[in-house]
Write a protein that binds this ligand. Structure first.
Ligand code: CA
Length: 441
């Protein structure tokens, strides 16, 4: 199954020299989108930018300054107007045509270079918004090692519930509190179990077990009508892009509130995403066969397809990094908390999440966001949350400089990163999502 084309050619170079630096997040093979404008320019309209090396190509300027091939100008119009949802609505054929046009325009031998040079912005001087309006946000639980480790904290003899190998477990999250990275997250207040345990009176106050979850967010590029099921073959075409996602979690609030209906206020205070949307097209060289480990049940037919078996899974690396306030003051760099391979971590593929989500006729809409669930590796030390890394808060992590952590403290800065690398392909980055904990107020 041929997925790659000339835009993925590892020999392809850009006239934007920094894009040719080895291991840069944004080589010409990537071409991710963000919604941006010059920082502080409140009266300037948002527009879509494309990351290329150390620069951002402003599509609004690029459309004005440079000639484009036939039909491309019309496809760029919604991007110039800052409307990624309107662009996604044009459909996969338009996505491909624009990717090809951008790739040719930014390639080393491009005639457009003298025009587009004038349209490159410095990312340090930009501000970003969400790439589009998120109508709905659902969060899955596809990280099997996370599910097993967290389950074992509560049910040592039976960590995985019987539905886990069959149902892509998920819940409906809160879309309004999904924000683009770069800011602070205020420690939430909430109700937690009191000192008397389940029979005593609970307390209300600042969260004491504030945590992150290392996830990826999937952007839906084409919706379905209410009542229409999206089968596995079609599910692939509904996925537009991917982005690192931090599902901030208040564990003490969660532990007290989650039964019987699941997490509520322990999650809805903030979810952070990176501003950059890396397209599924850019991920083509990093698609891998979907395989169940020996002894694991095969998915039910509605979650199975030939294409999914051949290339439904994604080979992505994810990492979490922490820098405490004291480390920052001492100019100590951030320390890596964990690293995991999505290929190992994810029990379900993106297409399976879409097919399952719509299997009851639920309608997805353009711009909807699906979280994968926490992506943890199989080994201790590969947990995608502090809940796992600290054994439920019982085993503090030692940090450089003598500090310890079980959960996040005020002033801590947490960064999630993701990237893809594979033989025969140029490495691409998914960017990073960063947030700093602010004291409760
Ligand atoms: Ca989550």
């Amino acid at each position: 199954m041929l997925l790659t084309d000339a835009t993925h050619d590892p020999a392809l170079k850009s006239w934007v020299e920094s894009a040719n630096t080895p291991d840069h997040d944004f080589p010409i093979q990537n071409l991710p989108f963000a919604r941006m404008r010059p920082a502080g320019a409140d009266d300037e309209p948002w527009r879509i930018g494309v990351a290329i090396g150390d620069h951002v190509l402003d599509i609004k300027l690029a459309r004005q300054q440079s000639p484009w091939g036939e039909g491309i100008d019309a496809l760029l119009a919604p991007l110039a107007e800052g409307d990624l949802a309107a662009f996604m609505t044009l459909g996969p054929r338009a996505w491909t045509l624009v990717r090809e046009a951008l790739s040719m325009a930014l390639a080393a031998d491009s005639d457009q270079a003298p025009f587009l040079e004038l349209c490159l912005l410095d990312p340090a001087r930009l501000e970003y918004s969400l790439p589009c309006r998120i109508g709905d946000y659902s969060d899955f639980y596809a990280g099997i090692h996370h599910a097993r480790t967290v389950g074992s904290l509560f049910r040592p003899d039976n960590p995985l519930l019987p539905n886990y190998p069959w149902v892509p477990i998920g819940y409906h999250g809160r879309a309004s509190s999904v924000v683009v990275q770069g800011g602070t997250v205020r420690r939430p207040l909430g109700q937690t179990r009191g000192s008397g345990g389940d029979s005593g009176e609970p307390t209300f106050g600042p969260c004491r077990r504030l945590d992150y979850e290392l996830e990826l967010g999937l952007w839906i590029g084409a919706g379905n009508d209410l009542g229409e099921r999206v089968d596995m073959e079609e599910a692939e075409k509904r996925l537009f892009g991917i982005t690192p996602l931090n599902d901030w979690s208040a564990r003490d609030i969660q532990a007290w509130e989650y039964q019987p209906l699941g997490p509520f206020l322990s999650k809805s205070f903030a979810t952070f995403v990176s501003p950059w949307v890396v397209t599924f097209e850019a991920l083509a060289p990093f698609r891998r066969p979907f395989r169940r480990a020996p002894g694991e049940p095969q998915p039910l037919p509605y979650l199975d397809s030939l294409r999914n078996r051949e290339c439904g899974a994604l080979d992505i690396q994810v990492e979490a990094w922490l820098q405490t306030a004291r480390m920052k003051a001492a100019r100590q760099p951030a320390v890596r908390l964990s690293r995991a391979s999505v290929l190992e971590a994810a029990y379900w593929t993106p297409a399976q999440l879409v097919a399952h989500h719509t299997s009851n006729g639920c309608n997805l809409q353009v711009g909807d966001l699906l979280g994968t669930g926490t992506l943890s590796g199989p080994q201790p030390g590969q947990g995608g949350s502090l809940l796992e890394l600290s054994g439920g808060g019982k085993a503090p992590l030692a940090l450089p400089g003598g500090e310890q952590r079980t959960f996040l403290e005020d002033g801590d800065t947490l960064t999630l990163k993701a990237w893809c690398e594979a033989p025969g392909a140029v490495r691409i980055g998914l960017g990073a999502v960063t947030g700093t904990i602010e004291a409760a107020a």
